[in-house]
Design a protein around this ligand. Structure first.
Ligand SMILES: *Cc1c(COP(=O)(O)O)cnc(C)c1O
Length: 391
């Protein structure tokens, strides 16, 4: 019954994990879910309030414009100027999205034909590969290895593949590895993209979730980047708005025009009351970001210290709300995730769920309360202490 293109997709990892979680819960296990990247902190009240007001205005009840309200796009442009030092033309270089996931998937459809090649990092957020497959194109796997600090070695991509490739997906600060990228790395990306005429899709939803004074640059801050690509960003992680579904793409006007053309044929834009809330988020007080990152930082410190104590090696991330940990010797990532679920009631995501090069790692998210994370740590210490060998 299903179309071939849909049958070709692997089952969505998180759906499979949800099932395991339900099974364990039915057996009465109290599960501490550190598998999903979805903030437990509520959306700040001033943002909710702005939406409530906008909801009452009948002008917001009609179809929105395809590219999004100019006021929203202007708010994005000034936020990028203030936070990232990037100047954007709100009319041509900003496009409103129904969450960045929507934009990423439609960008693949807008720019990839059957048989085209997309360079897809591995491990990675699964949408890059799956959207490439839905477009009928071929993902070429670019490994992110620990010894390269989870950055792709672009110059090791075979010449004929690079010559044929049409797009390159990237994501720093990175989910799931938590790796960060410098402007030097982005400059290398621009050189590579120019040499091979490749469109860069840089996904940057964790740009504001940084710790210990680290600043995450925008891809567009680098000379020439706007000539080769666009950057996706989102209100989801920055303002705890995952359920609201609003994000945006910024950068190359021609690429955004192509993405918009695809979108006009599939969706009809983002509900205006939500765009008004997002304007309040981008232009209002920004303390909520500091409060959230401070919360995640405390959770990070507790979890990372405990993981290292029990023999699950992990570094403290400089950004994102994940911890990327090495699976101890003698286990696959799936086996070890199952052991944690069975023995400690802790759900973490096996690295292999993000691609074959994620094998050997486990991703813990920090979207549970400090108290629950402390309980998770007690359970880990009780069940695992002294039993594991580091890889
Ligand atoms: C969460 C996430 C997204 C999706 O964000 P939305 O704007 O909510 O669609 C995109 N990319 C990565 C890497 C993410 O982790």
């Amino acid at each position: 019954m299903l179309a071939r293109r849909l049958k070709a997709l692997p089952p969505y990892l998180f759906a499979a994990l949800d099932k395991k979680k339900e099974e364990a819960a039915r057996r009465g296990i109290d599960i501490i879910d550190l598998s999903v990247g979805d903030p437990d902190i509520p959306t700040p009240p001033h943002i909710v309030e702005a939406c409530c007001e906008a909801l009452k205005d009948p002008r917001n009840h009609r179809y929105p414009s395809y590219e999004g309200m100019l006021a929203f796009r202007e708010a994005v442009a000034s936020w990028y100027e203030r936070r990232k030092g990037v100047s954007l033309d709100a009319e041509r270089e900003v496009l409103t999205l129904i969450g960045s996931k929507e934009g990423i998937a439609h960008a693949a459809l807008a720019f990839l034909d059957e048989g085209d090649v997309a360079l897809v990092p591995d491990p990675a957020y699964p949408v890059y590969r799956n959207a490439t497959l839905l477009a009928g194109a071929k993902p070429f796997t670019v490994p992110l290895r620990e010894e390269n600090d989870f950055k792709p070695d672009l110059w090791s991509i075979p010449e004929d593949v690079a010559a044929k490739a049409k797009v390159l997906f990237l994501n720093y600060p990175n989910n799931p590895t938590t790796a960060t990228a410098s402007e030097d790395f982005f400059r290398e990306v621009v050189d590579f993209a120019k040499e091979h005429e490749i469109i860069v899709f840089h996904d940057n939803p964790y740009s504001e979730l940084t710790y210990d004074g680290y600043f995450a640059p925008s891809f567009l801050a680098v000379d020439g980047a706007i000539e080769v690509g666009i950057e996706f960003n989102s209100l989801s992680k920055t303002y705890n708005m995952t359920g609201w579904r609003i994000g945006f793409a910024v950068g190359n006007a021609e690429v955004l025009e192509g993405l918009k053309k695809m979108k006009t044929n599939i969706d009809s834009g983002t509900f205006q009351a939500i765009q008004v809330a997002a304007i309040a988020a981008l232009t209002g007080p920004q303390e909520c970001i500091r409060t959230a990152t401070e919360t995640y930082r405390r959770r990070r410190d507790i979890l990372v210290e405990c993981l290292n104590t029990v023999g699950i090696y992990a570094k403290k991330p400089k950004a994102t709300f994940y911890v990327w940990a090495r699976v101890p010797k003698g286990f696959s990532s799936v086996d070890f995730a199952m052991l944690l679920l069975e023995k400690a009631g802790i759900l973490a995501t096996p690295g292999v769920g993000f691609g074959e090069y994620g094998e050997g790692f486990l991703r813990f998210s920090l979207c549970e309360s400090e108290n629950r994370i402390k309980i998770a740590c007690e359970r880990l210490e009780k069940t695992l202490s002294g039993k594991l060998k580091q890889r």
